[in-house]
Structure formats: structure tokens, C-alpha cells
Design a protein around this ligand. Sequence first.
Ligand code: NAD
Length: 194
Amino acid sequence: MKLLVTGGAGFIGSAVVRQAVHEGLEVVNLDALTYAACLENLSSVDAMPNYTFVQADIRDRAALDRVMAEHAPDAIMHLAAESHVDRSIDGPADFIETNVTGTFNLLEAARSYWEAQGRPERFRFHHISTDEVYGSLGKTGMFTEDTAYDPRSPYSASKASSDHLVRAWNETYGLPVLLTNCSNNYGPFHFPKS
Ligand SMILES: NC(=O)c1ccc[n+]([C@@H]2O[C@H](COP(=O)([O-])OP(=O)(O)OC[C@H]3O[C@@H](n4cnc5c(N)ncnc54)[C@H](O)[C@@H]3O)[C@@H](O)[C@H]2O)c1
């Protein structure tokens, strides 16, 4: 099983990479290494034979095509994103370029690769999103997958946009996708200002 993880040098992505590599999966970590990345988070795996790091940007479609062709993943876990809400308020453009256009590029590269492989049923494109696409909760209440989208920041609007693209690529092209909307994560290697 070969897993392509985008954003694997970030907080959650590096936890995914560490676990998958230690479980024996072949893991390719594609990350542009923005300010949010920390390769030290991967020091426990970076010398392991089943781990490969590729510095690439999801805004670069040609680079994504090269990575798919060279590494032939069985599944993709897409975590690469601009992820900090406060930064999205100060400068939303990067959030649109990476979270919306970057996800579009990755979907198109994945679709092209998946079709060239004969549309394998077991292939998965797992898009990691946020519960912030559903808006905000007070002290009570809960979100479910049926809650209406109600993003309230440039960050959550960009993630909501990417969710819609992922759903559309499944409905329109049949690309096998998973879409998860987790709440705030915390734990070891957390970015100090998050
Ligand atoms: N942290 C949370 O609590 C939380 C909650 C819900 C959802 N999420 C989602 O989970 C995912 C991971 O979150 P995180 O907290 O680990 O983020 P993070 O900011 O710690 O890491 C993001 C990673 O993506 C990389 N990246 C950014 N732009 C890129 C680009 N254009 N091309 C390639 N790589 C790029 C960065 O270098 C970094 O390593 C994100 O999609 C985020 O929206 C996070």
C-alpha cells in the first residue's frame, strides 16, 4: 500500500506520516515547506526506507503529475493547506490559491492518474477538511454531516470551496473520495501560535 500525503510536514500531516510509516506503509510526503512546516516533526521516520519526502507545491500541476507518475500511489490523503484563521483575515489570497486552486490541481492530477490506471475501485482521495465549514457553535449544539454549510472566515470559506470541488469530482467523474470535517486538533508538535 503506497500512500501519498500532502502537507505531511505540518502538524496533523506529520502525525499521519509518522503513524503510517511506523505501521509499515510506503509513504510519500509532498509538502511545499511553508512557514507552517517543520521537518523536525519527521525526524523519527526520515531515514526509514518506506518514507520519501518530495518538496512540491500543490499549486504546481506539472509537479503533481510528476509525483503521481513516479510514485504511483494507491491512495492520497490531502492535508496541505493554509490553515490558520487569523492569517486568512490578514491575507486571504494565499488561502484561495492553496486551498481552492491547489485542491483543484490535486483533484485533476489524481483524476488523470486514476483514469490512466484503469479507474481502480480501491483508490481513494481523502480530503481533510474542518468543521468550521458549518459555522460556529455556542455553548451547546452539534454539527452533523447534514448541517448546512455556513463558513464565516476566508479560511473556512476556502475549505468549504474545496469540499464542494471534492464532492463534484466524485459525482461528475466518479473519483473515489472520502471527505472528513474534523474539529480542532491538539497535541505534540502543535504550531506554537495555533
Ligand atoms: N489543526 C486543526 O485543528 C485542524 C482542524 C480541522 C481541519 N484541519 C485541516 O487539516 C489539515 C492539516 O492541518 P494542520 O493543522 O496540520 O496544518 P499546518 O498548517 O500545520 O500544515 C499545513 C502543511 O501544508 C503545507 N502546505 C501549505 N501550502 C502548501 C502548498 N501550496 N503546497 C504544498 N504544501 C503546502 C505546509 O508547508 C504545512 O506543512 C488542513 O487541511 C486543515 O485545514 C486542521
